[in-house]
Design a protein around this ligand. Sequence first.
Ligand SMILES: [Zn+2]
Length: 151
Amino acid sequence: MKTRNSKTHANQDDKDLANKLSHLYFSIKARDKKRVGISWKQKDFWSSTAFKLWYKKQPKQCAYCGIKKEELDKISELVKHGKIINKRSKTRGNSFEVDRKNDKIGYTAKNCCLACYWCNNAKTDTFSKKEFKLIGEAIGNALKRKIKKYN
Ligand SMILES: [Zn+2]
């Protein structure tokens, strides 16, 4: 019985991840299509399969502030209970986003990393990965302090 339950949970988790990845892929593809002036060509675009494989291989942490998946889940819980404010929590902040390190290049495996909503939102298209390093560290420290405050 116990084995059966955990198997059902694992299947549900797999389905959730598959849904999430399809949604993510759809949204980055739509964003790249809209972009003008970068070297986007349909044939060069990440295939859905390649994107999903890439995502699964990524360390589950923000490339800029270092916040890990468990910490992001804690923040989501705190947001849910009104301890941390995130007005956009319905659409952003609950999982890692796919960020392009260099905004002049499209979504490719080499040019992308996982980022938390707060870093992605602050980095915009203004800062390069290198320029954003110190800002990312500061965001990570501030987020970790918030988690500590309520734990
Ligand atoms: Zn971050």
